[in-house]
Design a protein around this ligand. Structure first.
Ligand SMILES: *[C@@H]1O[C@H](CO)[C@@H](O)[C@H](O)[C@H]1NC(C)=O
Ligand SMILES: *[C@@H]1O[C@H](CO)[C@@H](O)[C@H](O)[C@H]1NC(C)=O
Ligand SMILES: *[C@@H]1O[C@H](CO)[C@@H](O)[C@H](O)[C@H]1NC(C)=O
Ligand SMILES: *[C@@H]1O[C@H](CO)[C@@H](O)[C@H](O)[C@H]1NC(C)=O
Length: 234
């Protein structure tokens, strides 16, 4: 298994947790997982595909759900800072679902149904607040589940480049997901329609969370999200 120094660092940082063997972990993966304060959750309270809108969580985070028969759903609400232009904080709220495969080399591939979408707010861009289709196949190079004696099961996902996502707590062993099928019509590669959808000011809602700065942050990981390389502040 290919381990980047970053992964090794993360693993070294959690020596008191019991890591499950892969068979046990695979049977434990199904359910709903959520990072941080667990305000972001997959399922009916987050994305409304029929009108391409979102119910905005109180705080940022990520949530993944998996069924035992191969379906997944992802809900993400994040602020991404541009290392080159630190004042250009971008807000991204993203939803996708589809089918996943646990690969024999320990990775997970997630192939979306094609009805995913996201809202991006970038005050420094020409188009500063818009909704677009999101249909990226995602590869997670490594995943691990730890049993924390205090907080229970914790899912660690590592992206295709080895960078870790924020650890996610198990919200429930039963996945809370929208129906596992395409939930809106997407015509070809045309941009998602924005008709009748009120896009909220994502950044204005960040409130106290804008204290983040590139230099003073502890949990900084580099992620590739959509088309761009950016820095995710945990
Ligand atoms: C693991 O398998 C997946 C799916 O076949 C592949 O895309 C990925 O590159 C493989 N990873 C490594 C490190 O070989
Ligand atoms: C989404 O991506 C998949 C896999 O690349 C592709 O087969 C499918 O046609 C895409 N769907 C849409 C609506 O673009
Ligand atoms: C979109 O649909 C959801 C769920 O039916 C509803 O709660 C929400 O008000 C709708 N939003 C817009 C902007 O129409
Ligand atoms: C950061 O901002 C610069 C200048 O606007 C831009 O060229 C670059 O693509 C941005 N990087 C990311 C990751 O958005």
């Amino acid at each position: 298994m290919f381990l980047t120094p970053l992964i090794a660092l993360v693993l070294a940082a959690v020596p008191t947790l019991g890591q499950l063997d892969s068979t046990t972990a695979a049977t434990t993966l199904p359910g709903t997982w959520s990072s941080g304060s667990m305000a972001v959750r997959t399922g009916a309270g987050f994305a409304h595909p029929a009108n391409e809108s979102f119910t905005y969580p109180k705080t940022t985070g990520i949530s993944y759900s998996f069924t035992s028969d191969g379906f997944y759903e992802i809900a993400r609400y994040r602020f991404v800072s541009n290392g080159t232009v630190p004042q250009c904080v971008t807000g991204v709220i993203n939803w996708a679902h589809g089918t996943y495969v646990l690969q024999s080399n320990g990775s997970i591939t997630m192939v979306p149904f094609g009805d995913g979408y996201q809202q991006i707010q970038d005050p420094c861009a020409a188009q500063s607040n818009f909704i677009e289709n999101y249909n990226d196949t995602e590869l997670y190079e490594l995943w691990q589940i730890f049993l924390d004696p205090v907080t229970g099961y914790k899912l660690h996902l590592f992206q295709f480049d080895g960078s870790p996502l924020a650890p996610q707590f198990q919200v429930s062993a039963t996945p809370n997901m929208l129906p596992t099928q395409s939930l809106r019509n997407v015509s070809g590669s045309a941009p998602a329609t924005t008709a009748a959808v009120t896009t909220r000011d994502l950044l204005a809602t960040s409130g106290g969370q804008r204290r983040w700065s590139v230099s003073g942050t502890i949990g900084v990981v580099t992620v590739v999200f959509g088309a761009g390389l950016a820095t995710l502040l945990l």
